[in-house]
Design a protein around this ligand. Structure first.
Ligand code: NAD
Length: 270
C-alpha cells in the first residue's frame, strides 16, 4: 500500500521514513516537504539516515496525493488543512498527527470526515492512549475528592502549548468530572492567585532541551496523591501508532466507511 508522507523533512517525518522502510505492507510512495525547503530534491531515505530509498522529496502536495493510496501528515496546521483539501478532492484516506488546530480547522476536519475516513490523534503512542483510558478510570473513581493537574514537558522546538496530548487529558478530565474545560482550565499560575478552587483543571508546561514528550496527570487528595505518567523515549512510539492508524484508515476506506477516528478507535479501546 502506497503512503505519502507530508512534513517529511521534520522530526516525525524522518522517523516515519525509517520505520516505513521495514514495514511489511506500507511503502513510501511520496515525500513532501515545505515549498522552498532545502530538502526538496534530496532522497527521503538519505535525509532520514538510511541509504537511498529512491523516493525524491518534492514540494508538490497535489501530485503526491494523486499518486498514493493514503496520506500521513505530521507538519503544521496550515499545511495539514491543505493536505485535507487535496485528500477530499482525490478521495484519499488520511492520518493526521499534526497538533495545534484552531476551532475553525477542527470544524473543517469534522465536515471532511463526512466524506473520508480520517484518523486524528494528538498523540499516536499506544501507551499514551492507554493512559487516556486510565485517566478516565481514575477521574471516575476519585471525582471531586481531589484536585486535578496536568503537567507536560517537551523539547525546546515545540511551538504550541499546552501540548495536544495535555489538552486531550484535560478534555477527558472535564468530560468525566462534568466540568467545562473552557471555563475551568487554568494555564500556569503567578502572583496572588488565591486558594485553589476544586473545579479548576490546572495545566503546567515545561519546554527545554530535547525532551521528546512527558505527561503527568496528578490527582491530589487529602493525605494521598495519584500520578499517572507517560514518558516517550523515542519518536518511534508515535510512528508505530501512526502506522497502525494508517492500516486502520486504509481498511475503513476499502470498506467505504467514513468518519473522524482517533487512536481509541484504532486500538479498540473505546
Ligand atoms: P517539525 O517542525 O520537525 O516538522 C514539521 C515539518 O513540516 C517541517 O519540516 C516543516 O518544514 C514541514 N512543513 C511545513 N509546511 C509544510 C508544507 N506546506 N508541506 C510539507 N511540509 C511542511 O515537527 P515534528 O516534531 O515533526 O512535529 C510535526 C507535528 O506533529 C507537530 O504539530 C507536532 O506537535 C506533531 N506531533 C504529533 C505527534 C503525535 O503522536 N500525534 C507526535 C509528535 C509530534
Amino acid at each position: 500500500m502506497k503512503v505519502a508522507v507530508v512534513g517529511v523533512a521534520g522530526r516525525m517525518g524522518r522517523a516515519l521514513v525509517r520505520l516505513l522502510d521495514t514495514h511489511p505492507i506500507l511503502e513510501l510512495s511520496a515525500a513532501v516537504a515545505r515549498p522552498g525547503s532545502s530538502a526538496v530534491g534530496r532522497d527521503a531515505g538519505e535525509l532520514a539516515g538510511l541509504t537511498d530509498t529512491g523516493v525524491s522529496i518534492v514540494d508538490s502536495l497535489a501530485d503526491a496525493v494523486q499518486a498514493t493510496d493514503l496520506v500521513i501528515d505530521f507538519s503544521t496546521p496550515e499545511a495539514t488543512m491543505e493536505t485535507l483539501r487535496l485528500c477530499l478532492a482525490d478521495s484519499r484516506p488520511v492520518v493526521i498527527g499534526t497538533t495545534g488546530f484552531t476551532q475553525p480547522d477542527l470544524d473543517t476536519l469534522n465536515s471532511a470526515a463526512g466524506q473520508l475516513p480520517i484518523v486524528l490523534a494528538p498523540n499516536m503512542s499506544v501507551a499514551v492512549n492507554l493512559t487516556f483510558k486510565l485517566v478516565e478510570i481514575a477521574a471516575k473513581a476519585l471525582g471531586d475528592e481531589v484536585d486535578v493537574e496536568v503537567i507536560e514537558a517537551h523539547h525546546r522546538h515545540k511551538v504550541d502549548a499546552p501540548s495536544g496530548t495535555a489538552v486531550r487529558m484535560g478534555e477527558i478530565l472535564a468530560d468525566t468530572l462534568g466540568r467545562n474545560l473552557e471555563q475551568d482550565a487554568v494555564y500556569g499560575r503567578q502572583g496572588q492567585t488565591g486558594p485553589r478552587e476544586r473545579k479548576t483543571i490546572g495545566f503546567s508546561t515545561i519546554r527545554g532541551g530535547e525532551i521528546i514528550g512527558e505527561h503527568t496527570v496528578m490527582f491530589a487528595g487529602a493525605g494521598e496523591r495519584l500520578e499517572l505518567t507517560h514518558r516517550a523515549q523515542s519518536r518511534d512510539s508515535f510512528v508505530e501508532g501512526a502506522l497502525r492508524a494508517a492500516m486502520f484508515v486504509a481498511d475503513k476506506h476499502e470498506q467505504k466507511q467514513v468518519g473522524l477516528f482517533d487512536m481509541q478507535d484504532v486500538l479498540g479501546l473505546r
